[in-house]
Design a protein around this ligand. Sequence first.
Ligand code: ADP
Ligand code: MG
Length: 393
Amino acid sequence: MSSGFFDRLAARLDKVDPGSLQAQLLRLARERGFLETIFQSIQEGVLVIDNDGKLLYANRAAEQFIGFEFARVRGRSVERYLRDLDWNRLLGVEDEPGTARLLTHELEITYPEHRFLAVYAVPLPVQEETGKSVLIIFRDVTRDRLQEIDALDGERLNAVRLLAAGVAHEIGNPLNALNIHLQLLAREVAALPEASRAGLTDLVEVARTEVGRLDNIIAQFLRALRPSKPQFELASPDEALQETLRLMKADIENRRIAVSIECPDAVPRVFIDPQQIKQVFFNLIKNALEAMPDGGALKIAFGVGDVFLTIAFQDTGHGIPASDMGRIFEPYHTTKSKGTGLGLMIVQRIVQEHGGQIEVSSKPRAGTCFRVLLPLADRRIRMLQSPVKRESQ
Ligand code: ADP
Ligand code: MG
């Protein structure tokens, strides 16, 4: 990336052609220097990594965050500096052209300083010299993160909780009334003569089941909004998925969505809070359904890697425009007339508290894939034993 080469080349070129070529090259060199100055002065860490995980570029902030010298590590693998990133996933996935991909993730590093970094990784278009490469941007969120514990309990979540309490009140009361009336109705029906009773009992029963289902959804919604710490237990996420799908069965059928599940023989158990993970699945599936108003297919696939258990939700919906990609996790960002814009915020919060990651890829008019990556159990034990975690106890 040094501009020395350009300078030397430009200096020699006056012997060949003193005309516009030299001016062009000098301009190029200046622009390059200009860009370089910008990259060096921003607070975000910027890394470019090639297809084999080798370092092509790092700016000063990245050097400071990660604790290496670009000049020494250039052209070498940076994997060991950033073990928590899922490199295979980052580098290996072949996307169709036109697919926007974003991996968002929070990284806790302990060397050279204890920091929390928000990581955004975006594959770069294939270039002749370097082939496929990935741009990785780090933002230091240590201060946010340390304040977040209070802040999350504070303002923003208070607003959310108020809203949720409002929703519970608005929907909960008529639901209770419905339930009571259905009980009364059931009693009346039972008192009818056998002949006129036929069919009615079933109808009332169905109505009561549906009301119960609604009640459940609201209870879940409230639970997820309450900023409770996850209650981790060793559990299997496929059970959580089955339960979520059962809860959403009617909605899925009404919308003519074909759901398929791809599952290895034994899905490993991981440390999760099953209630919260159900909430994650619920929100992702709901979004997928809403993205396919004319029906479609939702493919849910489990995958086991070295570090993570992956659960992918691939829909055939309208997709997310690249320009919206960066905003979908923001609270209140919604493109739906009746949306809350809270679903993905909740998903992200829960997954982060599980030490996991979320990856989104989407192609407009073709579909969207949300991947939830949860740390495998043995890895989590390692995480818990890290010296920093012990210090803060
Ligand atoms: P809400 O569903 O209430 O709008 P979310 O936080 O769940 O809020 O989602 C935010 C936005 O992200 C949605 O409004 C939608 O534009 C986009 N989105 C999320 N999931 C999908 C998906 N599977 N397909 C297309 N767009 C999606
Ligand atoms: Mg939603």
